[in-house]
Design a protein around this ligand. Structure first.
Ligand SMILES: *Cc1c(COP(=O)(O)O)cnc(C)c1O
Length: 381
């Protein structure tokens, strides 16, 4: 997409002067860089970025400018993207199941860190990847609460299997490391507590030291008014528990946030196509567009309704059913959403904190999906 040529003061200025008929994503590079520095200054280890959450070039470029030196990549296309935009950066290929041609490509691109959660995929790596100076990170899972949904449903070895895999990684001559993902939008810091202690247990069981411990993504973004993410408390807990669990000699720590890094730097605006017979609100963006993950992770309730002149609607909020533009009945935002009672056709529904899993999962389904990106000095609505 790239930065827009004009840099607007804020979303309201753009909406008022441009009257866009396509959905708009407002990008605030200053917010992205500030969030990146908050992670780099606060997290007790290396900060990498999970590319899948928002692979936009301007996002990657601003993260590099802010000092992010590593990326969690999951596919050859993401590897190529990072090679091009951040040639010196570390790439952690942390998708535990890969086709042979994908592994071969990663090797030619110089990837020297791979995660794994099974015997079959570990043997594939051992066969195809030269061991020298190369890390294999065993991904494990716990039955855990606290996140918006369970990441362990797809990936992660049990503690016992992880211990077996770690021993095999060592035997094959690779650098031994561990990783987990506590689940996305994980608002409970105690999830990291259990996982970090389980990592120490895996090292004890296998008799193998971990060089690094990657504590995943899952860092929460700001989704509900008044509930700010407790990043500093999570960072402090991870550092303290790692010290404790590994008796003062913890592995080097790595984190790979997606949502927690990028969400706050985008604000979305969708135009009201119609308020059907005064009740249901139809937007020009929905779950096949930039709002794909809202039904999965839950609604972001930092919502404003702006009239076409850019002013905020102040009518008493009323719960509404809100639909996207396609003819599919699942194209609906979750639950009922409190919107200013005087909302009208042509207004804009503006949602803050929309940078993660939004533009990345937008589709052209039913002929929609054209999104305008506008750069803003401030995302404040
Ligand atoms: C998706 C993903 C992340 C990022 O998760 P967030 O919840 O967005 O922080 C990190 N690591 C891996 C392996 C992932 O698959």
């Amino acid at each position: 997409m790239g930065l827009s040529k004009t840099i607007w003061t804020n979303p309201s200025e753009f909406l008022r002067s441009q009257q866009p008929d396509n959905p708009v994503m407002f990008f605030a590079p200053s917010v992205l860089q500030a969030t990146a520095r908050r992670f780099i200054d606060g997290f007790p280890g290396m900060v990498t970025y999970a590319v899948k959450s928002n692979p936009d070039e301007m996002v990657i470029q601003n993260l590099v400018a802010a000092g992010v030196k590593g990326f969690d990549v999951a596919s050859p296309a993401e590897i190529a993207l990072i090679r091009r935009l951040a040639p010196g950066a570390a790439m952690h290929y942390n998708n535990p199941v890969r086709a042979r041609h994908e592994i071969a490509y990663a090797v030619t691109e110089g990837v020297v860190s791979y995660s794994v959660d099974s015997r079959s995929e570990l043997e594939k790596l051992i066969e195809l990847v030269p061991a020298e100076n190369t890390e294999i990170t065993v991904r494990f899972k716990l039955p855990v609460q606290g996140a918006a949904y369970n990441f362990g449903a797809k990936f992660g070895a049990t503690v016992d299997l992880a211990a077996e895999l770690l021993a095999r990684v060592k035997e094959a001559g690779f650098i031994t490391s561990l990783t987990f993902h506590p689940g996305t939008q994980c608002t409970d810091p105690m999830a990291w507590d259990s996982y970090v202690r389980a990592a120490a247990e895996i090292c004890r069981l296998s008799g193998v030291k971990a060089r690094r411990l990657n504590v995943g993504g899952g860092f929460p973004s700001h989704r509900q008014p008044g509930e700010l993410p407790q990043l500093d408390a999570i960072f402090a807990l991870i550092g303290r528990v790692a010290d404790e669990a590994f008796a003062g000699a913890p592995p080097a720590l790595v984190c790979e946030p997606g949502r927690g890094l990028v969400a706050e730097s985008f604000v979305s605006a969708a135009r009201v196509k119609g308020v059907r017979d005064g009740s249901h609100v139809f937007l020009n963006d929905g779950t096949y567009g930039c709002m794909d993950e809202l039904p999965l992770t839950g609604m972001i309730n930092r919502i404003h309704v702006l009239a076409p002149d850019g002013r905020k609607r102040e009518g008493a909020p009323e719960p509404r059913i809100v639909f996207g533009p396609t003819c599919d009945s699942v194209d609906r935002l979750p639950g009922e959403i409190a919107l200013a009672g005087d909302i009208a056709e042509g207004d804009y529904v503006v949602i803050e904190g929309m940078g993660a899993y939004s533009t990345a999962t937008n589709t052209p389904f039913n002929g929609f999906g054209a999104v305008t990106v506008a750069t803003v000095m401030s995302p404040a609505v």
